[in-house]
Design a protein around this ligand. Structure first.
Ligand SMILES: Cc1cc2nc3c(=O)[nH]c(=O)nc-3n(C[C@H](O)[C@H](O)[C@H](O)COP(=O)(O)OP(=O)(O)OC[C@H]3O[C@@H](n4cnc5c(N)ncnc54)[C@H](O)[C@@H]3O)c2cc1C
Length: 284
């Protein structure tokens, strides 16, 4: 779909890295940590996957030259050819992680649809022993398999970002009811806080945020043992308030020209966002 970029500006920091880096510096100046996400997904041709790999390498190189912002990026394995050939994807990922190690960057493997969950967990397990400080994963509370994956990641000592899950999944594999999803989320958060390595509590949901705050206070979990994470453009005041309250907060900053799928997921999550966009379509 060919929509003008100004519609996505609330959720997508810029169409280029040059326009996005100042945003990351600005957030850092406010005490927020960041992770940069070059947008794109589901690449079906080898050549395009190689271009995506080179774009990630370019991002790592550029980030390595910056001072004052985090060396932390989020990537999608489907962009590195996961759906074309897993070993080709693994080769591409090795190149990305090797440069990440050289530049002292942490690379988070975003989690996509349930058709690639096994593959993504398996790939993380293969690369983590070689890059233990440079790679981590995302697990989704809505998937029924996630308890087992949480255990696997705790055993491995891999950093996990815990989120609810953003894709439309069938009832056979995923909880559909929000109460059940929240219950699972809190159960997994408990395990990650006890046995996990620096978990990322990624949510904008006050029920979960308040439960996490209560949990860390009751169990005397030091604030440097975990971090909260939110998306760029969502609950920005809350993000700053949480830094003020002494919590680590990381903002996920998407950028790039392929912003439409990410943007439409954010719209689907919340009716108000659609009104926000419609209003800006007519009032400029
Ligand atoms: C840092 C980060 C990384 C993520 N990475 C992944 C990933 O790799 N894979 C994946 O499947 N999902 C990922 N997600 C998305 C996640 O799975 C959820 O789809 C998304 O966070 C919405 O769920 P929620 O828990 O934030 O709360 P919700 O229940 O959706 O919302 C709770 C409240 O938060 C506010 N809010 C929530 N969403 C919006 C919005 N779009 N606009 C405005 N206000 C809003 C509202 O006040 C709302 O009432 C990530 C989320 C975050 C924060």
């Amino acid at each position: 779909m060919n929509l003008p970029f100004f519609l996505a500006r609330r959720f997508v920091a810029g169409e280029t890295l040059e326009k996005t880096l100042p945003v990351a510096h600005q957030l850092r100046a406010q005490g927020l940590f960041t992770t940069l996400d070059l947008l794109g997904e589901y690449i079906s041709e080898r050549e395009l996957a190689e271009q995506a790999r080179d774009a990630y390498l370019g991002l790592l190189t550029a980030l390595g030259k910056q001072t004052g912002i985090d060396r932390n990026i989020s990537i999608k394995l489907s962009m590195l050819g996961q759906k074309i050939d897993e070993s080709f994807c693994l080769d591409n990922l090795h190149q990305v992680l090797s440069l990440a190690k050289d530049t002292g960057t942490f690379v988070r493997l975003d989690m996509e649809g349930s058709d690639v969950t096994s593959s993504t967990v398996g790939i993380l397990e293969r690369v983590h022993p070689e890059y233990p400080e440079n790679v981590g994963i995302v697990l989704q509370a809505y998937l029924k398999r996630t308890r087992e994956d949480i255990d696997r990641m705790c055993e491995l000592g891999a950093r996990v970002r815990l989120c609810k899950g953003a894709y439309k999944e069938p009832a056979a594999v995923a909880w559909q009811d929000m109460t059940q999803i929240r219950e699972r989320y809190l159960e997994y958060m408990d395990v990650l806080m006890q046995r996990g390595k620096y978990p990322g509590i990624a949510t904008h949901d006050d029920i979960l945020i308040n439960a996490a705050k209560e949990y860390v206070s009751e169990n005397a979990v030091a604030s440097d043992r975990f971090e909260f994470q939110m998306l760029y453009g969502i609950r920005t005041e809350t993000q700053k308030d949480m830094v003020g309250a002494g919590f680590n907060m990381r903002v996920y900053i998407p950028y790039g020209s392929m912003w439409y799928p990410y943007f439409s997921r954010r719209l689907r999550e919340r009716k108000e966002n659609v009104w926000f966009i419609l209003k800006h379509m007519f009032v400029r």
